[in-house]
Ligand binder design. Structure first.
Ligand SMILES: Cc1cc2nc3c(=O)[nH]c(=O)nc-3n(C[C@H](O)[C@H](O)[C@H](O)COP(=O)(O)OP(=O)(O)OC[C@H]3O[C@@H](n4cnc5c(N)ncnc54)[C@H](O)[C@@H]3O)c2cc1C
Length: 415
């Protein structure tokens, strides 16, 4: 008989299991995949942005949903505590631009392996290839789970406490397929509508086919919903067959997705030259033209101003043939070019599905969970941790911190 069963060996489940075991509890951690922390291993492009080192009092600003609920778990185990823990576990960390914290080795595996070792050193038993298919309750109390074992047979395991740390539904290939929502729903919890967050955005721009592989640094992007600017971001953007991505696009994606779900008109307007005013840009363009031969093409002027992927889209947008001679370009056309460089409009008509979303927005409603313990307010002995909860944040190491803080608190099994 175990004191606690933790469902899911992701960031939240590993932290919860190790915490409970450190406090002397007999812990069984059940993971349906063949290894732990598959999502951690691919996080931060394989480097794992494990947390963010900005002052704890500023942390809340980057939590998008239920920041007040999260505050208690964060106070219990904050970003500084995460950094201390990993260094104690032997993972040297570096702080990079934007206060993002990464393992010095550049390997996300080091974070996942350190958490697994943290569990094993504290005598957590880990059962891999073991999929929980039901949680068992009686008279408003949890008493265990049933699961499908590695041979495909259903078995039962009893425990007075169960922690659901099954994650969301993004990148389902890592094992996060939303099982926790079903368990929670079955015992009377409400699930806040789930939707992709930090996900590539899709444009209906007629020239989008030219943009695959384009990466723009230091741009200013405005997200416009129904003619109103709802978000402004500075940084990098890129284009691929998944859609418009890169830090800037991902940061505005949460608002864009919500607006698209509500069938609102959404645009992403990109200023490709934010450091230059229109007047400065005009001077620059005239300078470039003066240095060119009159029989050079307009496309060659554009190549001096933007990456090649943008030549055709800008020429189309201006309704000027790219093979026009530069001597034939009028002042009115130069003014149009300036407007486009300062505000290229991408109509946003869709977003990439959960398969490509970094996190899931929505999940188990926080007002049905005790924020001081992470215990369910509906079922005694049932706890939640990590992305399964309706908490999500921006990019920058915040989402893993949510998993660590809520995992730590849930693992304390406070009543
Ligand atoms: C590509 C990518 C990159 C990311 N990069 C970063 C980053 O650099 N920094 C950052 O802060 N965040 C990042 N995130 C987000 C972050 O990884 C997640 O928010 C975080 O890992 C969630 O942790 P979790 O433990 O709640 O859930 P998960 O990591 O999803 O873990 C849930 C676990 O539960 C298991 N499970 C599910 N159902 C069952 C069941 N029925 N029985 C048994 N086991 C089950 C799953 O197999 C899985 O192992 C990234 C996400 C993605 C997809």
């Amino acid at each position: 008989m175990y004191d606690v069963i933790v469902i899911g060996a992701g960031a939240a489940g590993l932290m919860a299991a190790a915490t409970a075991a450190r406090n002397g509890k007999k812990v069984l951690l059940m993971e349906k995949m063949e290894k732990a922390g598959r999502k951690i291993r691919i996080s931060g492009k394989g480097r794992c942005n494990v947390t963010n080192a900005r002052p704890p009092e500023e942390f809340k600003e980057s939590i998008r949903t239920n920041a007040d609920f999260f505050e208690v778990a964060f106070a219990e185990f904050n970003n500084k505590a995460t950094i201390r823990l990993f260094e104690r576990l032997g993972v040297k960390l570096d702080i990079e631009r934007g206060q993002r914290v990464f393992p010095h080795s550049g390997k996300a595996w080091d974070i996942a392996n350190a958490l697994v070792d943290y569990c094993l050193d504290n005598e957590v038993e880990i059962a891999y290839n073991t999929r929980v298919n039901r949680i068992l309750t009686l008279d408003g109390k949890i008493y265990g789970v049933t699961y499908i074992n590695k041979r495909g047979f259903e078995r039962k395991e009893e425990a007075e406490n169960v922690i659901i740390a099954t994650g969301g539904v993004s990148y389902p290939g890592t094992g996060s397929t939303g099982d926790g929502y079903i368990f929670a729903d079955q015992v009377g919890h409400t699930i806040e509508e789930v939707r992709p967050s930090l996900t590539p955005l899709r444009t209906s721009h007629p020239q989008r086919k030219y943009l695959d592989g384009l990466r723009l640094k230091n741009i200013q992007a405005r997200l416009i919903v129904e003619d109103e600017v709802v978000k402004e971001e500075f940084g990098e953007i890129s284009f691929s067959d998944r859609g418009i991505e890169g830090a800037v696009a991902l940061r505005v994606s949460r608002d864009a997705v919500d607006a698209l779900i509500d069938e609102k008109r959404v645009k992403l307007v990109i200023d490709m030259k934010p450091a230059l005013t229109e007047e400065m840009l005009q001077e620059r363009i005239h300078r470039e033209i003066e240095e060119m031969q009159p029989d050079e093409f307009f496309s060659e002027l554009l190549r001096k101003l933007v990456p090649k992927h943008l030549v055709m889209p800008i020429a189309h947008e201006m309704d000027v043939h790219s093979k026009n001679y530069i001597r034939k370009i009028t002042d009115a056309e130069i003014n149009r070019l300036i407007k486009i460089l300062k505000g290229f409009v991408f109509p946003i008509t869709d977003y990439a599905p959960f398969e490509f979303a970094v996190v899931t927005a929505g999940g188990v409603r926080c007002d049905e969970v005790n924020k001081y313990t992470m215990e369910s307010l509906k079922v005694k002995g049932l706890y939640f941790a990590g992305e399964v909860l309706d908490i999500d944040a921006n990019t920058g190491g915040y989402n893993l911190q949510i998993a660590f803080s809520t995992g730590r608190l849930a693992g304390q099994l406070k009543k």
